[in-house]
Design a binder for this molecule. Sequence first.
Ligand code: AMP
Length: 403
Amino acid sequence: MSLQSSPHHVLVLNCGSSSLKFAILDATTSEEVISGLAERLGSSSPSVKYKYLGKKQLIELAPDQAHSAAINTLVSLINEHHLAENLIAVGHRVVHGGEHFTKSVLIDDDVIKGITQAATLAPLHGHANLLGIAAAQASFKGLPQVAVFDTAFHQTMGNVAYLYALPYKLYTDYGVRRYGFHGTSHYYVTGQTAALLNQPIKQSNFISAHLGNGCSVCAIKNGKSVDTSMGLTPLEGLMMGTRSGDIDPGLFNFLTTQLNYDAQQIDDLLNQQSGLLGISELSNDCRTIEEAAVAGNEKAILALEMFCYRLAKQIAAFMVPLQRLDALIFTGGIGENSDIIRDKVITQLSYLGLDCDSTANLAARFGTQGIISSHNAKTKAVVMPTNEEWVIALDAASIAQEL
Ligand code: AMP
């Protein structure tokens, strides 16, 4: 994708249930013009933080104000700083595209219907995405609006990988299958790593580990996603900040019959109270846990060990579809910064030809990319900062320019 003249500014929106992350990027250079985060939307103290020309500012919103108020504030900022004239599109991060959306699309009524349908599979995220799209359509009437789906990159998975061993009708009648998420990130780091290693994407076999508050691993064969650890929802797979990842589904019966949990309580337990937080009983934040572990806190040590063991186990499992691995990629807040976790995981996977150069491992943080394995390593270990916003900006700009 190449964009000739500049500037081509794209407003990138990422709506969560109570937050809205925004940025205006130049799709030609990836330069960030303004960025910010509206948080605690719908609560008693919503606010908008933003950074413009290197300066950070905070705007308090009135109690209970939600997504449309955040977008209104954003419109005021755009007008105040004269940022509208170079805007060519709005790109929306949409969490669930179901089976229907295999690539980014211009949003029209049919697309809204498709996103609404897919939202039944991820109600919290889907509803927020639709709110963001509606608010942006109302505020940026003349601009093309583009949806970029977190699930799209994984639509190349085969049915052996994406089906659950459940009655087949649940798939055909209700779309119950594995979809995978973090697709934009896995896609981006795949391209960047192929470039770093100077090898053609179409001949690249990678495993990428996106480790942030949410965590997922993706098996990439000849440049395409062939399996990933998240499933119908972002709960499946790895241990995460507050999510359990894989559990025995028999737990549902135990929780309901023995402990009187209802569906909402189980959902909350698995999504909000588990993972690093659940085991450490301290925090979902990896930095806090690493500090506590260094100070000898046993539950923090256990949380880190479990996180790394389960991650290494999932990576090893992906050797089944890949057979040959060129590189293991670390990305996301933890993957890009935690030399401790990278070292522990690589050590457990040394039989795959991976090793860890401790100097390179320590140096790769705060947004630096690099190869952290030794020169002799058969399989490379790579730290590659993700940039989902830029992928969204590029896709939105490219679709807008085709109009
Ligand atoms: P993300 O969701 O990608 O923003 O990642 C958030 C996670 O990255 C949190 O668990 C943070 O504690 C973790 N993280 C950020 N910086 C560091 C760091 N320097 N060392 C370890 N973990 C970090």
